[in-house]
Write a protein that binds this ligand. Structure first.
Ligand code: SF4
Length: 398
């Protein structure tokens, strides 16, 4: 596998880097992605090792084959890292990898413990986009879910970021949370709009089987989350409010107020792009291979300390992978141009998909015009399921 990593040649023209920070300062009840508890000694060690991984990884020949257009510090909570670590990691990636002049460098995280010192360190190092999980501004709902800061503190922090004016600030909001009435959801969006920050993702709550949220509801310590029908109503109301505020839609879930917000990494990662994965638990496509970096923190740390890039597994791209990525990408944007994709991939999609599309048209989920499928508002709500059904149907008939 290491051979494949170092033997990967120039791949796609769109190139990104994903850097995973696998710690959280607490386990939010709704989250199914919690990995490791944050510890300051571990964070310092992780920073050292991650820098070493960058030094090992940048020796692969494909690294210098072209510029990277987006770098994403994501995972669990990159903003939990100390200011010095943030400076060091951002500076190292800038020094070791060729970045485009307009490269988007995003730092993901949360408001809690994202101090002014850390914000300044990140900005001075070159971060130009902050993506922060807010989920709801409602203090009661936040506390129930394990989010520590009250509404007032969240608003103060976002206002501070906005007034600095040095990077775009975007947030995530979730609809369907336990105890979140339609009125509270409307207030969440109105608060976001009033803050005049750069953008926002509106996500549907996903209740993970066996997760903390499901258990808390079963025990009666949390009210039930919204059922699907209610979520659909929340979705529609969210879109209405964003449209009324004249926000630009960059994808089904992502809205931008300013042209500074580009959402490059998120859009690229869904389409045709290469991605260099760095950090324990990171994954990405490079050329014809998908690489996944060791997710077990202990194994990851010891492998890098021994001078080896710890790839847990790699797999070859399937024959139709580019077609399926094109479908997922276009559906994220609210359409799927079946005629165009049929020509591009030399595969008659319309004939295979016509029966399923007829059913969806009758159900009011899509409209087919000149060989292009357009999602209706109801179809947008079901977009992830519809995209997967298209892919499943094609896989069965290829
Ligand atoms: S929501 Fe974010 S901070 Fe909370 S547990 Fe999940 S990854 Fe960690």
């Amino acid at each position: 596998m290491t051979f494949s990593w170092y033997s990967c040649q120039k791949g796609l023209p769109v190139r990104t880097i994903y850097i995973h920070i696998p710690f959280c300062e607490g386990h939010c009840l709704f989250c199914g992605f919690y990995q490791n508890a944050y510890r300051s000694d571990l964070a310092r060690q992780y920073t050292d090792v991650l820098v070493h991984e960058m030094e090992l990884s940048c020796k692969a020949p494909f690294i210098d084959a072209g510029p990277f257009q987006a770098v994403y510090f994501g995972g669990r909570t990159p903003t939990a890292l100390p200011a010095k670590s943030l400076t060091r990691l951002v500076s190292t990636v800038k020094n070791l990898f060729p970045l485009s002049n307009d490269c988007e460098i995003t730092l993901e995280g949360r408001i809690h413990n994202f101090t002014k010192e850390k914000i300044k360190a990140a900005l001075n190092a070159g971060v130009n986009c902050f993506s922060l999980g807010v989920q709801s501004f409602d203090t009661r709902i936040r506390k129930r879910l394990g989010r520590r800061d009250p509404r007032k503190k969240v608003i103060e922090s976002l206002t501070y970021l906005r007034d600095l004016g040095k990077a775009s600030a975007i947030i995530d909001l979730i609809y369907g949370l336990p105890g979140q009435s339609l009125h509270i959801w409307e207030e969440d969006i109105k608060t976001f709009v009033s803050l005049e920050i750069d953008g926002c993702d509106l996500y549907q709550l996903n209740v993970f089987r066996g997760g903390l949220l499901e258990k808390s509801v079963a025990k009666g310590s949390l009210p039930r989350p919204a059922i699907l029908k209610e979520q659909a109503d929340y979705y529609v109301r969210g879109v209405e409010l964003m449209e009324a505020a004249h926000y630009r839609r960059l994808s089904i879930s992502h809205w931008a107020r300013t042209s500074r917000e580009r959402s490059l990494y998120n859009l690229f990662s869904r389409g045709r792009s290469d991605c260099v994965p760095l950090g324990s638990g990171a994954g990405g496509w490079l050329g014809n291979y998908f690489f996944f970096v060791e997710g077990d923190l202990k194994d990851y740390l010891s492998a890098i300390e021994a001078g080896r890039k710890p790839l847990a597994f790699g797999m070859r791209r399937s024959q139709r992978d580019f077609l399926f990525r094109d479908i997922s990408y276009q559906m994220e944007l609210g359409y799927c141009d079946l005629e165009q994709l049929s020509k591009r991939h030399d595969f008659d999609l319309l004939t295979i998909l016509r029966p399923i599309i007829s059913q969806w048209e009758k159900a009011g989920l899509v409209k087919l015009t000149d060989g292009c499928l357009y999602l209706t508002r109801s179809g947008e709500f079901w977009m992830v399921n519809l995209a997967q059904m298209l892919i499943d149907c094609l896989q069965k008939n290829q």
